[in-house]
Design a protein around this ligand. Structure first.
Ligand code: FUB
Length: 328
C-alpha cells in the first residue's frame, strides 16, 4: 500500500496528479512545479510552470519511473506561460494529453496533444481547443459507452468567473473574484469530445451541483462546498462521481449523479485540508483497488513547490468514499 506520508517523487516538485490505469500500469500526469521569485498571490502567479513529466509505476507501491519531459510549453504555438494541471485519456489505442495554459493574450485556454504512448512525448495541436477556456481539464472516457468528455474550470486565478456572459471574456473580473450571496455558485463545465478527441462536439455546458438538503444548486456563499477548481470524474458501481477542490476552504469533496452531464448531488468530503494552499487530486482504480492521488507542500513548505502522494481509498455500503476501510 502506498504511504500517505511519502511523496511519489522527490527529485522534482510535482502537483495536480491525474492518475490512470493504462497498459497494466499506473501512469501519473502531474504539474511540474518549479522555483520562482514571483511572490504568492491570490491570482496564482507563483505557479509558473513550463513543462510536464509523466510518471509510471508497475504496482502502487513499486518504484516510480520518471519518463522525462513529455511536453514543453515553449513548443506549443499558442502558449505564453503557466502550463497548469493536466490530464490524459486513452481512446482507440491513442493517448491524448489535455493541458491548460495562458494564450498570448493572457487568457487561460485548454490544449490537446497526442501520442502513441502513454508516457509521450506528446505532439500538441497548433491552437487550443476551440471554445475552451479556464483551467484544470479532466478527461473522462465512459467505460460503458466509450463516449469521452472534458470537465474543466477554476475560479479566481483560473478565470472561470470571467466567462459569465457566453463567449465573452470579461477581464475586469480577473483575479480573486467570484459571485457572493445566496445566488447559485459558479459551476464547472463539461463538453463531449469528438471521436478524434481533439475538439468539442458541443458548447461547454454548466455542470450543476445540488445541495442535498434543498435540491437546489449550491450557493455562492457556501465556500465549504461550492466548486473552486480541480475537477475529476470517475464511475463507481454505475454512478458518476464528480470530485473537486473547494479552493479557499481547502477541501477535496465529491458529488454523485446518474449522467456524465449531471446534475450531481453533493455527498461530502474526501480529504481535509493538506499542508499548502491548493489541494488537487484524482481517483483511479487499479487491479481491483481504489487510490486517491493528491498533493501537499510537505517537501518544501512553500505553496508553489508541491509533491504528489497516493493513498488507498474505500467505499462503504452506500457508496460513500472513506479514507479507512469500513467494518461492515
Ligand atoms: O497547479 C496550478 C493550479 O494550482 C492548478 O491548476 C490548480 O488546480 C491548483 O492546484
Amino acid at each position: 500500500m502506498p504511504s500517505p506520508t511519502e511523496p511519489l517523487a522527490t527529485h522534482i516538485f510535482t502537483a495536480d496528479p491525474s492518475a490512470h490505469s493504462f497498459e497494466g500500469k499506473i501512469y501519473v500526469y502531474p504539474s511540474h512545479d518549479r522555483e520562482t521569485d514571483i511572490a504568492d498571490n491570490d491570482n496564482g502567479d507563483q505557479y509558473d510552470m513550463v513543462d510536464y513529466h509523466v510518471f509510471s509505476m508497475d504496482t502502487i507501491d513499486g518504484p516510480v519511473t520518471d519518463h522525462g519531459v513529455s511536453l514543453r510549453g515553449a513548443d506549443v504555438p499558442w502558449v505564453s506561460k503557466q502550463v497548469w494541471a493536466p490530464d490524459a485519456a486513452c481512446k482507440n489505442g491513442k493517448y491524448f494529453f489535455y493541458f491548460p495554459a495562458r494564450d498570448k493574450e493572457g487568457i487561460f485556454r485548454i490544449g490537446v496533444a497526442e501520442s502513441d504512448r502513454p508516457e509521450g512525448p506528446f505532439k500538441p495541436d497548433e491552437s487550443y481547443i476551440p471554445g475552451s477556456y479556464s483551467i484544470d481539464p479532466a478527461s473522462y472516457v465512459d467505460e460503458d459507452t466509450n463516449d469521452a468528455y472534458l470537465y474543466f474550470g477554476g475560479i479566481w486565478g483560473g478565470q472561470l468567473q470571467c466567462w459569465q456572459q457566453k463567449g465573452v471574456f470579461d477581464a475586469s473580473l480577473s483575479g480573486p473574484h467570484e459571485p457572493s450571496g445566496k445566488i447559485p455558485a459558479l459551476m464547472p463545465r463539461v463538453a463531449k469530445l469528438s471521436e478524434d478527441m481533439h475538439t468539442f462536439v458541443e458548447e461547454p455546458r454548466e455542470l450543476v451541483i445540488l445541495a442535498p438538503e434543498t435540491g437546489e444548486p449550491l450557493i455562492a456563499d457556501d465556500h465549504d462546498r461550492r466548486f473552486f477548481e480541480a475537477a475529476w470524474m470517475h464511475k463507481y458501481n454505475g454512478k458518476y462521481y464528480f470530485s473537486y477542490s473547494t479552493g479557499d476552504t481547502h477541501y477535496l469533496v465529491y458529488a454523485t449523479g446518474d449522467s456524465p452531464y449531471g446534475p450531481f448531488t453533493y455527498q461530502g468530503r474526501i480529504l481535509e485540508p493538506v499542508e499548502g494552499w491548493t489541494t488537487h487530486h484524482s481517483i483511479v482504480q487499479h487491479k481491483g483497488k481504489w487510490y486517491l492521488f493528491y498533493h501537499d507542500t510537505s517537501l518544501s513548505h512553500k505553496n508553489h513547490l508541491r509533491c504528489v502522494k497516493a493513498r488507498e481509498i474505500f467505499y462503504d455500503k452506500e457508496g460513500k468514499i472513506q479514507l479507512e476501510p469500513t467494518s461492515e
